[in-house]
Design a protein around this ligand. Structure first.
Ligand SMILES: *Cc1c(COP(=O)(O)O)cnc(C)c1O
Length: 399
């Protein structure tokens, strides 16, 4: 059986056909003006997506993890203190990366299912009167638990404590799908990857770097070569790259940004909210709960759903893949076996979400979950029918 079902994992996401097509082209010389013409708009486009007019945008051939390594090594020195909260798999990975780089990590743990512990951040930062903490790191959208944290509130706490630390934010699973305001929140480094909201294959580390972070770069002593911002900024100044650029992905990125802007960023965010809400209605109809512990923590790009006591969520995900050829996300780390995840970011529509919910319902029924056949799909249908957003593409389709 051949299938081309959409994936419902929180990255890599579904690649629109038109994006695949624009990436299918013959090699061009990356030292030619054709490359400059392709590259400059991509760098400018990233700034618009990040909502920054003051930061620099950078692209490295890598992934989100590489973007983190670049952020750390370009702004910090061995032994520097950094403050990181841990409430899921991804925040946990950044702690590990900082420790392996010889940084002194102050770890603030929160329950998986909660977001950034603002009070503890506030206490630690206001107690650090000598400004020993050099960076505060936050995962905007914790993809393991489907929890979004309030970055604006973190900024208020840093400013409230009059603390000079840099604010580094992992937006890999939020940027280009959920509201992100680099300048308003005074984010010093924003981190994204190509394979989530940008709807591309993995392969690009995408960063926004504030002027304050660029100033820190000069003093930073951690070793870096491939990810050295200085080499990248120097080369970019004349439209070039310090080594061979991933041409296909860069053209793809340009086109992806064009697609996002044609839809309108606010419409993109509204669509993600709507798709997420459809999924949440289904979860309620199944009598289940999200891992996210309160509504303001609900992510619009991924839902981590707690399965009933006595069921193994990994078995559900495996069964859906084996029998129906549909991919959902497994539970990671502390919530392995307890949650399965529906990724609802990137190129997805109401119809695709209904199909995904239907597939997971079939899998749950096969495994004797205590749900009523069709209940989740019906709840999502009701929500979608009553909450039509008239986007230009909807109008085109109807015409
Ligand atoms: C997907 C994801 C990453 C992973 O980065 P890759 O190196 O591109 O796999 C990092 N952080 C978050 C929050 C993510 O969702």
């Amino acid at each position: 059986m051949t299938t081309q079902n959409p994936v419902f994992i929180p990255g890599p996401t579904n690649i629109p056909d038109e994006l695949r097509r624009v990436m299918d082209f013959a090699t061009i010389d990356h030292r030619s003006s054709s490359f400059v013409e392709m590259f400059k708009p991509a760098l400018d486009g990233i700034k618009r997506i990040l909502k920054t007019e003051t930061a620099e945008s950078l692209i490295f051939p890598s992934t989100g993890t590489g973007a983190w390594e670049a952020a750390i090594t370009n702004t910090l020195s061995p032994g520097d203190k950094v403050l990181i909260g841990c409430w899921g798999m991804f925040s946990h990975r950044w702690i590990d990366m900082c420790q392996r780089h010889g940084l002194e990590v102050i770890v603030v743990k929160a329950e998986w299912g909660k977001g950034v512990p603002l009070d503890e951040y506030a206490a630690i930062l206001s107690g650090d009167t000598d400004g020993e903490i050099k960076a505060v790191m936050v995962t905007h959208n914790e993809t393991a638990t489907g929890v979004v944290s309030n970055i604006g509130a973190v900024r208020e706490i840093i400013d409230g404590a009059k603390h000079p630390a840099l604010l580094l934010v992992d937006g890999v699973s939020s940027i280009a799908s959920m509201d992100f305001r680099m300048d308003d929140w005074k984010v010093d480094i924003a981190i994204a990857g190509s394979q989530k909201g940008f709807m591309l294959p993995a392969g690009l580390a995408i960063l926004g770097v504030s002027q304050k972070a660029i100033a820190a770069m000069e003093a930073a002593k951690l070793p870096r070569v491939f990810f050295d911002f200085r080499d990248m900024l120097n080369a970019n100044a004349s439209g070039g790259f310090p080594y061979t650029p991933p041409l296909q992905l860069i053209r793809g990125l340009n086109h992806a940004i064009g697609m996002l802007e044609e839809e309108g960023l606010d419409n993109v965010f509204a669509r993600h909210h709507r798709l997420a809400q459809g999924v949440r209605e289904a979860v309620t109809a199944w009598g289940m709960k999200l891992c996210a512990q309160s509504p303001e923590l609900n992510s619009d790009t991924v839902s981590a759903i707690l399965v009933p006591e006595g069921f193994d969520s990994n078995e559900l995900v495996t069964h859906a893949a084996d029998k129906y050829a549909v991919a959902f996300g497994v539970g990671l780390g502390e919530v392995a076996g307890k949650v399965f995840r529906i990724g609802h970011l990137g190129m997805l529509s109401d119809v695709m979400i209904c199909a995904g919910l239907s597939a997971v319902e079939m899998a749950m029924l096969d495994l004797n979950y205590p749900i009523q056949s069709g209940a989740g799909v019906a709840a999502a249908q009701e929500y979608f029918r009553k909450n039509i957003i008239s986007t230009s593409s909807n109008e085109q389709r109807a015409a």
